[in-house]
Design a protein around this ligand. Structure first.
Ligand SMILES: Nc1ncnc2c1ncn2[C@@H]1O[C@H](COP(=O)(O)OP(=O)(O)OP(=O)(O)O)[C@@H](O)[C@H]1O
Length: 305
């Protein structure tokens, strides 16, 4: 359950590479315990935003506070409270899974607080990411998906208050993906999660709130329900009656279905109501943003300057 404590506060964030602006006036917040999904097309600026919040990239302008500190000046104590997922551990191929987690975990013990005992117990963590069978194996013998799970475990080992996950489920099989979703749901309330994904069903399942970036700007910010309301989404009602299939789209599916039953009663068969999905909403938001950008040639030019 999210609380009202702001753990991530980004205001007027700008990033310029050479003469190209890739983040333009990005502002959003995340609250303690919430799962925030950052969505957007390729090149929208998601990884850049995350790397700035992790303290790995210096911003061009704007304010960023992560757990009350500017990541550009975050010290060891701050870093111990933040979970990041790096792929460089894969170079330590001779280490065994459990051994590496226990070893890295020891670093965090000094940063325990009365309310948060650090690190996570290595066996519990191995089980939580579904690597119990591989606990004694060397990293270089793991499959790609198993390494992804280990990456996430390494990000979590210090029991961070906030974790950044950039496309954590890319390349995971459906069972591993489901396991990952359960892991994130298990963290809910304790750890704030900021994740990026291109899988909209995943975002719909996990996100308390969604921020959509496009062309370096935020084009939407809200709960999945609030985003759906911004778009004139229509439900699709399908049914069979008198041996024929029927289909009707409406924004008021409940009264429409009530009317159908009032009229035809038990003669209605195979009733199905399909609500606009997050994917419908997302595609519509991105299309609107791109149409607006095309209609503003001077802004478009400004983006490149
Ligand atoms: N070091 C760099 N130098 C110059 N341009 C860069 C650099 N890093 C990223 N960019 C550009 O910044 C923009 C945003 O990139 P970023 O990786 O943040 O996007 P993304 O939303 O994470 O994309 P994807 O979904 O493809 O991972 C892109 O146009 C990219 O080409």
């Amino acid at each position: 359950m999210a609380t009202s404590r702001v753990v991530l506060d980004v205001g007027g964030l700008r990033m310029r590479y050479g003469t190209t602006d890739v983040l333009r006036d990005v502002s959003f917040q995340a609250y303690q315990g919430e799962v925030l999904c950052l969505l957007g097309p390729n090149g929208a600026g998601k990884t850049t935003t995350i790397e700035i919040m992790e303290g790995f990239r210096m911003r061009s302008a704007g304010q960023v506070e992560v757990l009350g500190e500017d990541p550009a000046r975050g010290d060891e104590r701050w870093r111990a409270r933040v979970g990041v997922v790096l792929q460089s551990w894969r170079d330590h191929g001779k280490w065994r899974v459990r051994e590496l987690l226990a070893h890295l975990g020891r670093y965090y013990a000094a940063y325990s607080t009365p309310s948060i005992a650090r690190p996570w117990d290595a066996d519990r963590l191995v089980a939580a990411v579904g690597l119990t069978e591989q606990a004694g194996r060397k990293i270089r013998t793991l499959s790609g998906g198993q390494r992804r799970r280990l990456d996430v475990a390494i990000g979590l080992v210090g029991r961070p208050e906030l974790i950044f996950l950039d496309e954590p489920t890319a390349g995971l099989d459906p069972v591993a993906r489901r396991g990952f979703h359960e892991l994130i749901e298990g963290l809910a309330g304790e750890t704030t999660v900021l994740l990026t994904t291109h899988d909209l069903a995943e975002a719909e399942r996990l996100a308390d709130r969604i921020v959509v970036l496009d062309g370096g700007r935020i084009i939407a910010d809200g709960t999945p329900g609030q985003l759906a309301e911004q778009i004139a989404g229509e439900d699709e009602v399908r049914w069979r009656h008198d041996g024929r299939g029927h289909r009707h789209t409406t924004r008021e599916s409940t009264p429409f279905v009530r009317g159908l039953f009032d009229r035809y009663g038990a003669a209605i068969e195979h009733l199905e109501v399909r609500r606009a999905s997050l994917e419908d909403t997302y595609l519509s938001l991105v299309r609107h943003a791109e149409t607006r950008a095309e209609a503003e040639p001077r802004n478009q030019e400004g983006r490149l300057r």
